[in-house]
Design a binder for this molecule. Structure first.
Ligand code: NZQ
Ligand code: ZN
Length: 393
């Protein structure tokens, strides 16, 4: 049975290298006072900051700035931005950067309109939903998270070792500028992590045993093949427009909601990875790369083999006449070869200096004291076992 769903992705996307002249008019739609947010300075190094300021000023808008948003953005930055929005009576927020900057900006926009601490949006005991937010426009500089076209964000609280995500429609960007040339300076390492993140966003939806829309499975397989084809090209030739453009548009479509149509939603690797980033501040995509093949191995059995077979045949071109279990095992091996060989990512938690010290508490947080109801339902002991598998090749 194919479930009912609503398709509604109202983000205006300006895609390509000559779109920035639309920034002023786009911001003007939402008001006069702009809060420009960014991270540690890459936007200055690539010359984007000057171009953005020029457009804002030419449009006659008032601009204020908040910089220094961290990778794995912290609640302290969100609090600061929300307060600035209140004090400066900001009308619209402009996030320029990767997923961390865009995510943090979303919660600043939401925090600006409430009189409680923004951590209450995340605190598992409170979990206050975001009901409204100031308008957000984004300029993406790193293809990975899809934050430019989804309504979610993930924020860390180092005081409690928490990293928690939250999806709420009011935080969907009104518009996003996707210029592949802005990603030319993304390092090979961040390009690889971005590829692993995008792949995981697709896997989290693809690997569900629901009766699916065939059309969406084909679409997802196309997105996966695009990442596998172009991530290595972008790493070797950082200014290859075709590669950067393909990765950029794929990052948005991997998580903007389109591929979810009619699917039961139950993610597995992301909740497990968020604990790794929360406890060890590692790059999200790297944590996913290490976890994913182990999670697949752990899930593979007679009840799940058909989906792995489909993945192996359609994405990696494995001979369909082989036994399903052989195809499945080969597909998982080829995925590992891609992540750790072709993309050169570290393959174990041990390589990152992580041991089993916190696995029990991390596993408990990942399942939120219950069950992750994904491809194969996982309870605390399963997650602990998967973390342990990540200690060695
Ligand atoms: O801070 P700056 O100086 O900008 O440098 C960044 C940062 O050091 C740098 N960078 C970004 N664009 C660049 C660049 N360097 C050179 N040239 C450029 N054009 O890259 C580093 C990483 O940036 P970050 O924004 O942290 O990376 P990413 O886009 O991968 O975002 C990761 C965050 O997003 C969350 C992750 O958990 C993590 O916190 N996610 C958000 C999601 C969402 N909104 O739906 C879903 C994802 O699953 C993910 O959880
Ligand atoms: Zn992700």
């Amino acid at each position: 049975m194919i479930h009912d769903f609503i398709y509604d992705i109202p983000v205006r996307v300006y895609f390509g290298k000559d779109q920035l002249s639309n920034l002023g008019p786009e911001l003007k739609k939402w008001g006069k006072r702009v809060l420009l947010t960014y991270g540690g300075g890459s936007i200055k190094r690539i010359g984007l900051y000057d171009k953005v300021l020029k457009e804002i000023k030419e449009a006659g808008l008032e601009v204020h700035e908040l910089s220094g948003i961290e990778p794995n953005p912290r609640i302290a930055s969100v609090r600061k931005g929300a307060q600035m929005c209140k004090d400066l009576k900001i009308d619209v927020l402009l996030a320029v950067g990767g997923g961390s900057t865009i995510d943090a900006t979303k919660f600043m926009a939401a925090g600006a309109l409430v009189d409680f601490d923004p951590w209450d949006f995340f605190d598992m005991k409170k979990r206050v939903p975001v009901e409204k937010a100031l308008p957000i426009v984004s300029i993406l500089t790193l293809s990975a998270t899809g934050s430019e076209m989804d309504c979610g964000g993930v924020i860390s609280n180092p005081e409690t070792n928490d990293k928690i995500g939250c999806m709420c429609p009011p935080m969907l960007p009104k518009a996003s500028f996707l210029d592949p040339t802005n990603t030319y300076t993304v390092s090979p390492y961040q390009t690889a992590c971005g590829a692993a993140d995008m792949l995981s966003h697709i896997f989290e939806v693809y690997f569900i045993m629901d009766q699916d829309l065939y059309m969406l499975d084909c679409f997802m397989e196309g997105l996966m093949k695009t990442i596998i084809k172009y991530a290595p090209v972008a790493m070797k030739e950082p200014e290859n427009y075709e590669a950067r453009a393909n990765l950029m548009w794929t990052s948005s479509w991997a998580i903007n909601g389109f591929i979810d149509g009619g699917k039961r939603q139950a993610w597995s690797c992301h909740p497990m990875e968020h604990q790794l980033s929360a406890y060890y501040d590692i790059t999200h995509g790297l944590g996913l790369a290490i976890l994913t093949p182990r999670w697949m191995e752990y899930c593979l059995d007679e009840t799940t083999v058909s989906k792995f077979r489909q993945f192996g045949v359609n994405v990696f071109g494995i001979d369909s006449s082989l036994a399903p279990m052989d195809i499945a095992r080969k597909a998982i091996k080829l995925l590992g070869d891609f992540l750790f060989g072709t993309l050169g990512l570290k393959s174990t938690l041990t390589d990152l200096g992580i041991d089993s010290t916190h696995f029990a508490e991390m596993a408990d947080k990942a399942v939120n004291g219950g069950t992750l109801p994904g491809f194969k339902p996982l309870v605390k002991k399963d997650v602990e076992a998967i973390y342990s598998m990540c200690l060695k090749d």
